[in-house]
Design a protein around this ligand. Structure first.
Ligand SMILES: CCCCCCCCCCCCCCCCCCCCCC(=O)NCCO
Length: 580
């Protein structure tokens, strides 16, 4: 028998070792080839998708040129408030198609500056024609163009949220919110950008790139509904729709100076929307409107809380909009806080609360100090719930994908091997306690038993906060709109702790809205010298505040579950007082 020689090894002498080597080598080779093949398949899908969307924008751009609509007319139409636009559409002073064309033109202009749009809806003209033909002029959204966050299902369009693996898998039907909007006369015309996974408060992904803040294009617009808010702030939309499982309607509102409203989960339908945390039922995503004033939010809620929505999705609470609660002028007892004890917001955010407090007091409301007890527990429960599957759902979807910088830290922290995690949790406990808490919580649950206990802990937390709220006899609460104003692009993941101001109301499932109250001024930035630099998050915010003058500062208004109308009423009171 001849001896087979591989390099210097003689197979005859070491048959087992060679056999095992060949199997392992072959397996590794096949895995590697498969890995690179899958990656290159996803890369081609991204290139194709980007080209398709660019082409769709180009087609619209050419149509706009042919229409020859003047810049003045575009500005005139897009500068109208929603109520002004509604009345002009109703009395026929403005035509549905002209309004659509103006918003299409303005949206492309915003996109040029901020990369906020993924693609226009090719069918928008057709939908507008159908509205003119079939929808009564008395319908609340007759002829109003609306923008949709990319995770709202629209028949024939894929919802990708920055995950290449989802490219080319279009929705088979429209979301219920989309269907009700269209039945009320609204015309969806563009879909907007989001961060990869949508578990981030930045707004970038490897498919469509980064969206920028219109107030300062070196900064984030916030996320995950960042495309929506950048578009609204640039006057390229009058009414948008997004989702919120940790602040995604409120965070970008705070960064862009727009208005956002997160209802109680189950007040508006989630049917036909997409996301990568659908199996996680402890903290669920809420869907809601984004606007340029409180009236915009109210109009949207009224238009959606109708029998058609309750019919298309019988799982929602069939509670119509209670105008009498929204219009009630009883003086309220409102709690306020400007520091949750977990993350210290910079002075501008605290000043925002002080302004709101003074305005509400001047209106006759009683303001008392109050904050949700144990914000650290709230933060811990949030992170554990969001990563309770040990990040497996997302890992599976991202297996061959390019990881975006906005999700890199969450991804790395969720996937650290457990002995190293234990070691880091121990060490960081003494150096950066909040990072240690986060790193421990992001490990998620080890078993279904563990998950059940987490669900009970979240329930107990809700009960405890509600009891505390009720013992103070509060009607509402105001807080900073977020932990900081807009910071530079690519840095939000380093300041994840700042999300405690919004995530807590997702854990609690309380309705919460965000509205602009002021802008960062020179005194705010000068006051940063005493700002704590106890950990990476605070350091990142301190650095990010350099040159922040002029950026919007929002406050958040919060009420108990199902009290959406009361929350909007407080927002309206505050807006009225600020404008007076
Ligand atoms: C809640 C406090 C977090 C503390 C973090 C400390 C250290 C960081 C380690 C853990 C990372 C956890 C990541 C959580 C990030 C949440 C970001 C939420 C943004 C908004 C998401 C959203 O609402 N999406 C909408 C989906 O429909």
């Amino acid at each position: 028998m001849t001896t087979l020689t591989i390099w210097d090894w003689e197979v005859e002498k070491y048959p087992l070792q060679v056999g095992v080597g060949v199997i392992i080598g072959g397996w590794t080779f096949v895995k590697l080839v498969n890995y690179f093949l899958q990656r290159s398949k996803l890369k081609s899908a991204r290139v194709r998708k980007r080209a398709e969307c660019k082409q769709a924008k180009q087609v619209l751009e050419d149509q706009i040129k042919q229409r020859n609509i003047s810049k003045e007319v575009v500005e005139e139409i897009t500068n109208l408030s929603l109520s002004e636009l509604q009345s002009k559409l109703k009395d026929g002073t403005l035509d549905v198609l002209d309004v659509l064309h103006a918003y299409q033109a303005k949206a492309l202009e915003c996109d040029e500056k901020t990369n906020c749009i993924i693609e226009p809806f090719k069918e928008a003209e057709e939908w507008a024609a159908s509205v003119k033909e079939n929808v009564s002029k008395d319908s609340p959204l007759f002829g109003v163009p609306v923008s949709l966050k990319e995770n709202y299902g629209v028949e024939g369009y894929d919802s990708v949220y920055g995950m290449s693996v989802l490219i080319g898998k279009p929705s088979h039907e429209d979301s219920v919110i989309g269907q009700v909007l269209r039945s009320q006369g609204a015309i969806p015309y563009v879909r907007t950008n989001v961060p990869q996974t949508m578990i981030s408060w930045d707004c970038s992904n490897p498919v469509f790139g980064a969206t920028k803040n219109p107030h300062d294009t070196t900064r984030t617009p916030g996320g995950s509904s960042g495309g929506e808010c950048a578009l609204l702030a640039g006057q390229g939309s009058i009414l948008g729709f997004g989702s919120d499982i940790g602040g995604s309607l409120r965070i970008p509102s705070n960064m862009c100076g727009t208005y956002g409203f997160k209802p109680t989960v189950g007040r508006l339908s989630a049917k036909g929307t997409h996301g990568c945390t659908k199996g996680q039922q402890i903290v669920r995503a809420a869907y809601g409107p984004l606007a340029r004033d409180v009236d915009g939010l109210v109009t949207a809620m009224k238009a959606l809380l109708v029998p058609l929505m309750f019919k298309l999705d019988p799982t929602v609470n069939p509670l119509p909009f209670r105008t009498e609660v929204f219009e009630d002028n009883r003086k309220l007892k409102i709690g306020w806080y400007d520091n949750d004890g977990w993350f210290t917001p910079p002075p501008c955010m605290q000043r925002g609360v002080a302004i709101a407090k003074a305005k509400l007091e001047a209106m006759g409301h009683t303001l008392v100090p109050w904050k949700p007890p144990n914000a650290t527990l709230g933060a811990e429960l949030y992170v554990r719930a969001m990563f309770s599957d040990k990040c497996e759902t997302i890992n599976e979807m991202l297996r061959y994908d390019t990881l975006d910088v906005c999700f890199m830290i969450q991804y790395t922290m969720a996937n650290i091997y457990w002995p190293l995690r234990r070691f880091l949790v121990f060490i960081l406990h003494y150096l950066m306690p909040s990072l240690s808490t986060g790193l421990k919580a992001i490990a998620g649950c080890d078993s279904a038993y563990d998950f059940w206990n987490l669900a009970v802990a979240a329930e107990d937390y809700r009960k405890m906060v509600i009891e505390d709220w009720q013992s103070h006899d509060l009607d509402a609460v105001i807080s900073p709109g977020f932990g900081c104003p807009a910071i530079p692009l690519k840095t939000p993941a380093l300041a994840t702790s700042a999300v405690s101001y919004t995530t807590i109301f997702n854990v609690l499932n309380f309705p919460a809205g965000s509205l602009p109250v002021t802008k960062v001024n020179a005194a705010d930035t000068a006051n940063m010298k005493d700002y704590p630099t106890i950990d990476l998050a605070h350091k990142t915010v301190k650095k990010g505040m350099v040159g922040a003058e002029g950026l919007p500062v929002n406050v958040q208004c919060i009420t108990l579950p199902w009290h959406e109308e009361q929350c909007l009423r407080v927002m309206k009171d505050l807006e009225t007082a600020l404008k007076a």
